[in-house]
Each structure stands twice: as structure tokens, then as C-alpha cells.
Design a protein around this ligand. Sequence first.
Ligand SMILES: [Zn+2]
Length: 59
Amino acid sequence: MTDVVPPGERICERCGRHDEWDDDRGAWTIVTDDGERQSGDPFCLHEWDINGNYSPLAE
Ligand SMILES: [Zn+2]
């Protein structure tokens, strides 16, 4: 087994919500782009795409 690096961000494939992992708070935080929170649809059953840029190998 190699070291696993947890994903630093996640995007919902359904509504486009974009979260970033906040290490300091230990929680997901909604990304703000051009002053607009990428919060997506509050009623969406989010389908997180966290495999697209997920690297299983530590750098
Ligand atoms: Zn969603």
C-alpha cells in the first residue's frame, strides 16, 4: 500500500457545486468564484466528482 492523499476539492456532477477542503477547519468550504459562491442547488443530492483529480500517490 502507498500513502493516500485525500482529495482537496470536489465538484458536484449534477448541480456544479464546488467545494474545497479547509485544513484549518477540517471541513468542506464552498468555493467563491468572482464573488459568487459555487453552492449549486441546495436541493441537489450531490454526486461528487472526487476521482477526476484524485491522486492515489503522495508527491
Ligand atoms: Zn449537486
